[in-house]
Design a protein around this ligand. Structure first.
Ligand code: KIV
Length: 266
């Protein structure tokens, strides 16, 4: 019987000083292999709008589409915690629709949801979700859904004052009931200070090695997405070359009459 990763497992990691890992996945097979590799949380990130659907920003994906990807990923995962990143405007208009949209992700196989921001409205959404039995991962620092109000892809928390501000936002999220917080594009020393002053684990997305966990977009890790590579991402493979090579060889074989062989026909 596989022991599933739960919010308790995640908190125990922090309390015992053990690091944990988070990778994004958007389809059944990738989710299955990431889970098999022992990654602790599989995140259906809204980054999928860019890396899997080819949009320019994460704003272009809606809640109906996220439901499809959540179902696919959840079917592939046995051990990891499955977290759905709630897309732009799926929790912003009112608490009732926020609970319905997030609750549907749990119905479709997620264990938790991730939401960006820290406003008093967002805090009340988090409280209501947690009251409804929906665990919430917070997201502070650079928050891609606020790209246009932040004025671009900018590092957040560069001064002590800005770091204190993120820590104060994080403490409010913690009080509202989040089980973890993603810190995106925050300098390493600032993220260390924030991490040391929180009870819940922090998950670095370009926030250095002192956070309790690390998250990356799997298409960056596998070398599949090639439009750009964030400075903080590490490429462990070259799926782009692998796909190009396989597709070229198939194309050649078909055109040269080398596919199918006699073993590949009925
Ligand atoms: O959308 C995403 O993939 C994310 C993570 C990288 C944190 O939000």
């Amino acid at each position: 019987m596989i022991k599933k990763v739960t919010v308790k497992t995640i908190q125990n990691y922090k309390d015992n000083g053990e690091k944990f890992s988070v990778l994004t996945a958007y389809d059944y097979s990738t989710a299955k292999y990431i889970d098999e590799a022992g990654v602790d949380i599989v995140l259906i990130g809204d980054s999928l709008a860019m890396v899997a659907l080819g949009y320019e920003t994460t704003h272009s994906i809606d809640v109906d589409e996220m439901e499809i990807f959540t179902k696919a990923v959840a079917r592939g995962v046995e051990r990891a915690m499955v977290v759905t990143d709630m897309p732009f405007l799926s929790y912003h208009t009112d608490i009732k629709s926020a609970v319905e949209n997030c609750g549907n992700m749990i119905r479709y196989g997620a264990t938790a949801v991730k939401i960006e921001g820290y406003s008093s409205y967002i805090l009340s959404v988090i409280e209501r979700l947690v009251e409804s039995g929906i665990p919430v991962m917070g997201h502070l620092g650079f928050t891609p859904q606020f790209l246009n109000t932040l004025g671009g892809y900018r590092i957040q928390g560069k001064t002590q004052e800005a770091t204190d501000e993120i820590l104060s936002q994080a403490k409010k999220l913690e009080k509202a009931g989040v089980f973890s917080i993603v810190l995106e594009m925050v300098p390493e020393d600032s993220a260390k200070y924030i991490t040391e002053n929180l009870k819940v684990p922090t998950i670095a997305c370009g926030a250095g090695k002192y956070c309790d966990a690390q998250v990356l977009v799997s298409d960056d890790v596998f070398g599949k997405y090639s439009d750009f590579k964030p400075k903080f991402a590490r490429k462990y493979g070259d799926m782009k070359s692998l796909i190009l090579d396989c597709a070229k060889r198939f194309n050649d074989d078909v055109k040269n009459g080398n596919f199918p062989s006699k073993e590949e026909v009925f």
